[in-house]
Design a protein around this ligand. Structure first.
Ligand code: BES
Ligand code: ZN
Ligand code: ZN
Length: 501
């Protein structure tokens, strides 16, 4: 996608749609908008004063310009209440407008957007770029093309000063949003295509395009040699080979002991295994690899940003199937550190693959771990689809993740990790069971993973089950995978490398 900044008067920018944001109960008071309105003979002010357009969040309306502007149409988009308009809503409003303009046939878009109070020029340009590039993707990849479809949007123009800061914001926004869309494209593929082996191939392809990344993939035999019984137990019921995808980025200065590990759950299909899931909605379980896909996307973004820190990205790619070799409820498995796990429910498989994943990360020298996973349906119950659940320790590390999420416009909300939850995971015959009761399901998933985290490791757990994909189109985002986590993890690493916090 071509994104450029243009400081010409908005009325002179030649695009299919000039997008202008109007607040609820607002008008065309913005100077640049007022001059567009003037060129249109007051058409915008009129539809606003007649209450044909209210400026409600994500509301859109089209005004044809009939040659009065260089742009063919003006698309008004509602910004909602001005007092609530921040970078999060700027990004989403841009995305909603871009989607609406594209539906009306536009292939080049110019954005005339207000600046949220207190936001920097870089952050504004970045948010606009991200909103447009993320908003415009539609996951209809397997629909047969008839030849008369709407072409893709090819050009984005940001109306504003062509300054170094603006262009830096565009650069950052492109890296972030293209990485997020890469993650989405991996997650969108059906499970018969995106097997663990295919996911590893896609990761290899991405790494091949970046000279500062390296990749190693552990297959079944290597996992056996390492004693990764926990992840292998999940893989046992599937014909597809499990893959531990390990991507390294070594940008750290000599002597810097820190190493950040990003560890993603990559269940390419979660049937539940022997503890099989109900048929309804089972097809959504192709998205159970969104954590690993987000890690692969974040590694791409990091390679392009080039921060001075060492990072290891791990995708635990496994298919959870009920084949003849599948593990049974009651089976006992031994993780890489020798700990024994009684598998009481084979559908609680994410924590089993992550146990070996985080152990491997620490063996490789990780001092800081973020694990990211579509782990529990309970995360949807606690927070709805508005936010991911965050748990872990120490609090200072979680605070850094929160800051990074806030910068990204990805919402996370912390849940407590009380010691008492550990009681739920007592097994009669092994060191730990993989499930407890139904209460506090998200925290119990986290407390299981905590058992495999060393005392000295700083650890954050992001349960993205509620936000990794949406079942229906939103005004600002197509249905399907969202790419959640790519920007938070990338910003987190950049912030740590900067020593900003
Ligand atoms: N992949 C699911 C969690 C999930 C549910 C993700 C809904 C996205 C949407 C996970 O492996 C699972 O099945 N978890 C169980 C855990 C239970 C058996 C303790 C759950 O949440 O029901
Ligand atoms: Zn499951
Ligand atoms: Zn799962």
């Amino acid at each position: 996608m071509d994104v450029r900044v243009d400081n010409s008067p908005a009325s002179e920018i030649k695009v299919d749609a000039l997008i202008a944001c109007v607040f609820k109960d607002g008008g065309v008071e913005d100077e640049r908008l007022a001059s567009v309105d003037k060129a249109l003979g007051g058409a915008l002010a009129e539809i606003i004063s007649r209450k044909e357009f209210h400026g409600r969040r994500y509301e859109t309306d089209i005004v044809l310009t009939m040659g009065k502007l260089a742009a063919r149409r003006v698309l008004l988009v509602g910004g909602g209440k001005q007092s609530e308009f921040d970078l999060f809503y700027l990004r989403n409003t841009v995305a909603a407008a871009a989607r609406a303009a594209h539906k009306k046939g536009a292939r080049s878009l110019a954005f005339l957007m207000p600046t949220p109070a207190g936001a920097s020029i870089i952050a504004v340009a970045q948010a606009i770029t991200e909103g447009a590039i993320i908003g415009l993707i539609n996951p209809d990849i397997y629909k047969t093309r008839e030849g008369d479809e709407q072409g893709d949007v090819e050009q984005i123009v940001i109306v504003g000063d062509n300054s170094a800061e603006m262009n830096e914001g565009v650069r950052r926004g492109k890296i972030m949003s293209e990485a997020a869309n890469f993650t989405r494209s991996l997650a969108e593929e059906p499970a018969n295509i995106m097997t663990p082996v295919r996911l590893a191939e896609e990761a290899r392809k991405m790494v091949g395009q970046h000279t500062n990344l390296e990749i190693t993939v552990l297959g079944r035999a290597e996992m056996e040699a390492k004693g990764m019984g926990s992840i292998l137990g999940v893989a046992a019921g599937s014909h597809t080979e499990p893959q531990l995808i390990v991507i390294s980025y070594n940008g750290g200065k000599k002597g810097d002991q820190r190493k950040i590990a990003l560890v993603g759950k990559g269940i390419t299909f979660d049937s539940g295994g022997t503890s099989i899931k109900p048929a309804q909605n089972m097809h959504y379980m192709k998205y159970d690899m969104c954590g690993a896909a987000a890690v692969i996307g974040a590694m791409q973004a990091l390679a392009e940003f080039g921060p001075a820190i060492n990072v290891i990205g791990i995708g635990c790619a496994v298919e959870n199937m009920p084949g003849g070799g599948a593990q049974r409820p009651g089976d006992v498995r031994r993780a890489m550190n020798g700990k024994t796990i009684e598998v009481l429910n084979t559908d609680a498989e994410g924590r089993l693959v992550l146990a070996d994943g985080v152990l491997y990360a620490q063996e490789q020298g990780a001092t800081h771990v973020v694990d990211i996973c579509t782990l529990t349906g309970a995360a949807v119950i606690s927070l709805g689809h508005a936010a991911a659940a965050l748990l872990g320790q120490p609090q200072s590390w979680l605070d850094q993740v929160k800051d990074a999420a806030e910068e990204s416009g990805e919402r996370v909300w912390q849940l407590p990790l009380y010691n008492e939850y550990r009681e739920e995971l007592k097994s009669n015959i092994a060191d730990i069971a993989n499930v407890g009761g139904r209460a506090a399901g998200t925290a119990i998933g986290a407390i299981f993973i905590k058992e495999f985290i060393e005392e000295s490791t700083e650890w954050a757990h992001l349960d993205i089950a509620a936000v990794a994909y949406t079942e229906h189109d939103q005004p600002y985002l197509a249905h399907g995978s969202s790419g959640f986590g790519v920007r938070t993890m990338t910003n987190l690493v950049l912030d740590v490398a900067d020593g900003a916090k």
